[in-house]
Design a protein around this ligand. Sequence first.
Ligand SMILES: CC(C)(COP(=O)(O)OP(=O)(O)OC[C@H]1O[C@@H](n2cnc3c(N)ncnc32)[C@H](O)[C@@H]1OP(=O)(O)O)[C@@H](O)C(=O)NCCC(=O)NCCS
Length: 184
Amino acid sequence: MLILRSLKLCDKDKVFELGKKIFREEDEIPLLQKALYLCVPELSFVAVEDKNIIGFTLVCIKMTNVYYGFLGKIPNCYELAFLGISPKCQGRGLGTRLLKETLLAIFQTSNQFTCWLLVDTDNTGAIGLYEKIGFRRWVETSPDITPVPGYIMGISYKRFIKRECKQYNTYKITPIPPMPMIMI
Ligand SMILES: CC(C)(COP(=O)(O)OP(=O)(O)OC[C@H]1O[C@@H](n2cnc3c(N)ncnc32)[C@H](O)[C@@H]1OP(=O)(O)O)[C@@H](O)C(=O)NCCC(=O)NCCS
């Protein structure tokens, strides 16, 4: 059985072990360590199957790395610091489900949020996923900013709501209708 749930403190070692199978040792693993320290557990998720963690998102408010100053000036801003799915489990829709769950949790915390991330320009699979969810490419990084060419991508609450209403879980973000008036 597959469960998506928010991150617990006791998951962190297992997430790190899984991360080592997914991310580059030189530049991404040090950031993963930092993200595990900084992340907001209620906004970060794990996918668990047969008691094994097979995927995760890590969301931070304090940035893991300040790539551009403008990111620090955006109000209600969240960094999707990591999204990783076990290599054996990729292509099953898990990345999509985890990302949607994560954005919904951010929205429920801050209904005027912006969420950004960094992705390698050659990671076409991940870019396809982010664009499908509604992220847009904001900036292409130069070698003085990141060791590998990347895009800073972002999504704002406005776009999230627009797409959520069209495609997904509309019920979750529909405001509760007012109580009917009782005429005496
Ligand atoms: C990127 C990653 C998170 C996607 O998770 P996943 O569970 O494999 O993805 P899904 O099965 O939910 O597929 C989501 C979308 O990704 C895109 N996608 C996935 N693989 C793709 C590929 N090889 N080429 C193009 N698009 C691809 C598609 O848009 C797909 O949507 P669709 O099935 O509706 O067409 C996962 O492959 C992963 O962990 N990769 C290694 C780590 C990584 O790159 N993380 C992101 C760093 S920013």
